[in-house]
Ligand binder design. Sequence first.
Ligand SMILES: O=C(O)CCC(=O)C(=O)O
Ligand SMILES: [Fe+2]
Length: 275
Amino acid sequence: MAVKPFHYKKFQLGDEITEEQMKFFTKYGFLHFAEVLTKDYVNSIIESYNNATKMLIESGKTEINGIPLFFGKDDKGEPMIHRFPFFSQYSKPMHEFISGPRVKPLLKLLEGYKLRIGEDEKDGTVFNHYYNTKGSKFKKMGWHTDSIRDLFYDGKVLPMLNIGVYLDDSSAINGGLRVLPGTHNQKLFQLLFKKAYFMNAREDKNEALVIARAGDLVVHHGHLWHRVGESPYQGEKSRRRIMYTPAICGKLDQKNVKSKTPLYHKLRPITKDWF
Ligand SMILES: O=C(O)CCC(=O)C(=O)O
Ligand SMILES: [Fe+2]
């Protein structure tokens, strides 16, 4: 299917959200800020991921604060963690960035709500690492909204943001994020049933491909429908590393080593073609 390209403006992240940025976010449910992190800073985060991955694999840990780790291997047989929750607790540079002043203006994007960065709540900062090999189980992600997790966690849906920080250039070459602009304004029924959660990874004629560079930041509303495409390539060309940190409101719910695995994550293994 030929998808009509959705060209959109990329912004600069300043000390405050501008009126134009606010208007864009309110209409489309996402905002793309270019060059928020330098190449060196991106590399320091990647290095901290590599070190933490090695350490966690050696320690035999299979979950952090009740949230499972997803393991895989690259085409050289090197182990990797495809989904690494609470990553900022293991990465000094990511912790310093996500708890620092640069991201504070984003907390104003949902008018009327007092948002906070959820480094220790829900799944914390999640490091996603997509990579295609023959046996890879983390190549793409089907259509979903992030708010659905709240239904599992709290039984209610509060507005939230997910703050994405790119560590690799991202486009259709390595899959790429696809969003359905404006769907964050939908009714609860649409949030629940617009598409089959995660099972459906099909292209949508209204989807917009987010083309980003390493160091960019793309924030989206928790109610926005999105998916991640599958890279047509194997190996290095398919590698895509991106971190998401939730900005949330409502009751504080910090996780710790005693936290139980939520039903949401228990269901994952029995769902065929989840990714
Ligand atoms: O990899 C991405 O860009 C999106 C990941 C995502 O949607 C998620 O982890 O909920
Ligand atoms: Fe998501």
